[in-house]
Design a protein around this ligand. Structure first.
Ligand SMILES: Nc1ncnc2c1ncn2[C@@H]1O[C@H](COP(=O)(O)OP(=O)(O)OP(=O)(O)O)[C@@H](O)[C@H]1O
Length: 320
């Protein structure tokens, strides 16, 4: 506490959920975008919303942000029923869309001031808050400069600042890492982790599964408009069968050893080794022991994909 909130009293704490959604449906004409999504987003955690293209992630986020009405379902955000009191919910929600317009003729600080006014931030606090947020997203040197001079990634970071302007208790981000360079991605990850540590309920959608694994505490998998799984990320590790990468000082010896092992699955030769599997962790441990025992000079052995990716691929494999 508390680079983001600038005051020590501002603490959400407690238990409960920032978002509770049950049976959310929404169709666009004859296209059933959501067909009964259930979702909980606890305070103090980052929840990842993951699913293939067209699964309904953006539609769900738009509904949670009160920008689109569901056809059916019950949703509370920060304890406010979305249908009965959308305006109360809105004060608690920070929203960063995947594509957002910026008002190009405004300066960076005017842009944030516009949203500070929309959320009725006290004037005395406004400029302090804007400066703190610009520093937070490393755009302080752009104070007074027009928004149109910002690069795509910088606009994305301005979008994060905008979403945080009113100290939301619930933060919704649709593909926030797209367009960010590696350093900005790491900074976004750290920012989301620290917001969660401050008690914010964070819901983030992304396709970059390896990154989500480092950011998220929980993952909610959606496919074809339905929730198909919800897991603690820590529980996913070591569960599924994944591909493994083996590196050896003598790739030919590795090749020969793998050729005699039907349990190696589909073996793909790599420059300094091979990819094998899919294997569970115990199967991989046995293979490593036996390769080393057979004299193969193994210098690297690890999963080729993360646990989240494995869960995602398992979920979507029937579509191939
Ligand atoms: N305004 C709209 N009019 C008609 N169909 C829509 C509209 N918005 C979304 N859809 C449809 O609803 C379904 C869900 O779309 P949505 O954008 O929510 O998916 P998504 O999971 O966010 O996908 P992506 O990963 O590609 O961003 C898709 O079949 C899409 O074509």
């Amino acid at each position: 506490m508390d680079a983001y909130y600038g005051d020590a009293e501002h603490h959400y704490g407690g238990s409960g959920h920032g978002i509770e959604a049950y049976g959310v449906t929404r169709a666009f004409g004859t296209v059933p975008a959501l067909q009964g999504v259930d979702l909980t987003v606890p305070y103090g955690q980052v929840t990842a919303l993951v699913g293939p293209n067209g699964a309904g992630k953006t539609t769900l986020l738009l509904i949670l942000a009160t920008l689109l009405a569901p056809d059916a379902g019950r949703i509370t955000v920060a304890g406010h029923d979305l249908a009965a009191h959308p305006e109360r919910a809105r004060t608690a929600i920070g929203w960063m869309p995947d594509q957002f317009g910026v008002y190009d003729q405004l300066t960076v600080d005017e842009y944030l001031a516009f949203f500070a006014d929309a959320y009725r931030l006290p004037p005395a606090e406004k400029s302090r808050r804007i400066r703190a947020l610009l520093a937070l997203v490393h755009l302080d040197e752009y104070l007074g400069r027009p928004v149109h001079v910002l690069s795509r990634g910088q606009k994305q970071r301005l979008g994060v600042a905008r979403a945080l302007i009113h100290r939301p208790r619930v933060l919704l981000l649709d593909e926030p890492a797209s367009g960010l360079d590696p350093r900005s991605r790491v900074e976004l990850r750290d920012l989301l982790r620290s917001l969660a540590a401050d008690g914010v309920a964070v819901l983030v959608s992304s396709h970059v599964l390896s990154e989500l694994e480092e950011i998220a505490d929980r993952v909610v998998l959606v496919d074809r408009g339905r929730t198909v799984g919800a897991h603690a990320v820590a529980d996913l590790a070591g569960t599924g069968r994944v591909r493994w990468r083996v590196r050896a000082l003598d790739p030919d010896a590795l090749d020969a050893a793998l050729a005699g092992r039907p349990d190696a699955g589909e073996v793909v030769r790599l420059p300094a080794g091979a990819e094998v599997g899919p294997l569970t962790e115990p199967e991989a441990a046995r293979m490593l022991t036996e390769l080393v025992g057979a004299g193969v000079p193994v210098v690297g052995f690890g999963p080729a994909s993360g646990a989240l990716e494995a869960a995602y691929l398992a979920m979507t494999q029937d579509r191939r």
